[in-house]
Design a protein around this ligand. Structure first.
Ligand SMILES: Nc1ncnc2c1ncn2[C@@H]1O[C@H](COS(=O)(=O)NC(=O)[C@@H](N)CS)[C@@H](O)[C@H]1O
Length: 479
């Protein structure tokens, strides 16, 4: 895998090329698997992915979700049961029709998402209101025969890191409360990734098939296109009626359950790479960096070697004792090559120790995100390092949020919206909320209404039809 480091990384302004190259050069995803839309994790990329998904699971566990594991194959009859759901997924399903020499009497679908795999079993698990609220999630691979341009982490045919949560509640109020909790989980998760987001309610024509409504998290990618990085769906009783998920309520009466489901895929990794990276390479928030500190000994002559290596080892052991993922790069390469290598991999903090540092009883620290150099005493503690991690995290988060906010334009006229979208900006308008008006706006701007902001009360008139605005809506080109 060594040859990948030498090649040139395009400038980030050429985002599409930069994105493809950075995944290869920093050894995150190998795209050479011979099936379109299926990709391989390199070891380094998988370490980042596992740190991120361990945290995503923890955020669910802390809020009473149990991890489950359902089969991959779904019998055709079950998949077809919920009309809206299958109407939308039908063209995207991979089917298994044979096993060995035998033709299967009923074709089996590779799960595109797991509602129809899970809910017939939830029907057996949920009997009484004492079983509710039931909150579960799984992290699995799902399969969708995407016909649009496939891209690693962004649009896969095997969605290899699909976290899907599925919850069951006594009533609509319970489901609404769960939607709020899911929004909390996603805000916390993306805040820790330092990835900024918009939270909007998708227009009715763009909600999850079978759902009452969809709340979406979108971030802005460097090319000015919005990437949907998470979705939260209120399913009402649409699936519980179809799959008979009912329970005996507190008055002893049978009732259909209310449900939610919410998903995140490896697009969260795509946003982590894309939002923070620069022309040099990745920039990883310390919490999700497989190596958080790389120590580079600066050796000029053999005389200092033992002393310097001794100090490097002592510092490494001290940091590792406090769970800081630390590595000494004692390879044969020149220091400059080492700096370049670890900067490209996005390692948040580099410690350099050379003869001068030893003489002055200090060490040189270099932050990957700002390139700023600092001196710390050789007696610096793990706490000092963790404080710098906190600074890096806050700085990355603030910079990314400001960048996204700077892209938001609020034109007064449709014509100005067109120009803004052409300049890859994120447009915010007043909208009446009507479908035909919305569709005309999308047509005219050649962009998508991401949805209406849940919080703000809009003022003024719809930009298109001048009727009273019902909500403020964001519009952008999308992946
Ligand atoms: N082909 C794909 N490749 C990568 N990520 C995808 C792909 N399709 C969807 N996603 C991501 O997966 C998330 C959840 O997908 S979804 O269709 O919106 N929702 C569901 O499937 C629901 N069952 C909740 S888990 C989306 O928000 C999007 O970020």
């Amino acid at each position: 895998m060594r040859e990948t480091m030498a090649e040139e990384l395009p400038e980030k302004s050429n985002f599409s090329e930069w994105y493809n190259e950075i995944l290869k050069l920093t050894e995150i995803i190998d795209v050479r698997y011979p099936v379109k839309g299926l990709y391989t994790w390199f070891p380094f990329g998988l370490k980042i992915r596992n740190l991120v998904y361990d945290r995503l699971k923890e955020l669910h566990n802390e809020r009473g979700h149990d991890e489950v594991k359902f089969p991959l194959l779904i019998p055709k009859k079950r998949l077809m049961k919920e009309a809206d759901h299958i109407a939308s997924f039908e063209d995207e399903v991979f089917w298994v029709e044979r096993a060995g020499k035998n033709k299967l009497e009923e074709p089996l679908a590779l799960r595109p998402t797991s509602e129809t795999a899970m809910y017939p079993i939830f029907n057996k698990w949920i009997r009484s209101h004492t079983d509710l609220p039931f909150k579960s999630y799984q992290v699995v691979n799902t399969f969708r025969y995407e016909t649009k341009h496939t891209r690693p982490l962004i649009r896969e045919r095997e969605i290899n890191s699909f976290k899907e949560a599925h919850t069951v509640h006594e009533d609509a109020k319970g489901a609404e409360k769960q939607i709020d909790e899911a929004i909390e989980i996603y805000k916390k998760f993306f805040d820790e990734l330092c990835v900024p987001y918009l939270i909007t309610k998708r227009p009715k024509w763009d909600k999850f098939p079978g759902a009452e409504y969809t709340i979406a998290f979108d971030t802005m990618m460097p090319d000015g296109k919005a990437l949907q990085i998470g979705t939260i769906h209120n399913l009402g009783t649409n699936f519980s009626e179809t799959f008979n998920i009912s329970f005996e309520n507190q008055k002893g009466k049978q009732e259909d359950a209310h449900q939610c489901c919410y998903g995140i895929s490896a697009r969260c990794i795509a946003s982590l790479v894309s939002v923070h990276g620069d022309d040099t390479g990745l920039i990883l928030p310390p919490k999700f960096a497989p190596i958080q500190v790389v120590i580079v000994p600066i050796l000029f002559s053999d005389s200092d070697k033992d002393k310097i290596m001794g100090e490097c080892k002592r510092i490494k052991d001290k940091l590792k004792d406090k769970d800081i993922r630390t590595k000494i790069d004692d390879s044969e390469e020149r220091p400059g090559e080492k700096f370049y290598k670890w900067e490209r991999k996005g390692i948040p903090l580099r410690i350099e120790i050379g003869p001068n540092d030893i003489k002055e009883d200090s060490m040189t620290l270099v932050r990957r995100d700002t390139n700023e150099k600092n001196q710390l005493g050789l007696d610096a503690s793990a706490t000092d390092i963790k404080e710098i991690f906190e600074e890096i995290k806050n700085s990355l988060k603030e910079k990314a949020r400001q960048k996204m906010n700077s892209e938001i334009i609020k034109p007064k006229e449709i014509e100005d919206c067109k120009k803004a979208i052409k300049n890859n900006k994120l447009v915010k308008i007043n909208w009446c909320g009507e479908k035909e008006c919305g569709k005309e706006i999308e047509e005219q701007l050649k962009a998508d209404i991401l949805g209406s902001e849940i919080s703000t009360e809009p003022k003024g008139k719809c930009i298109k039809c001048s009727k009273k605005a019902k909500n403020s809506a964001y519009i952008a080109k999308t992946y």
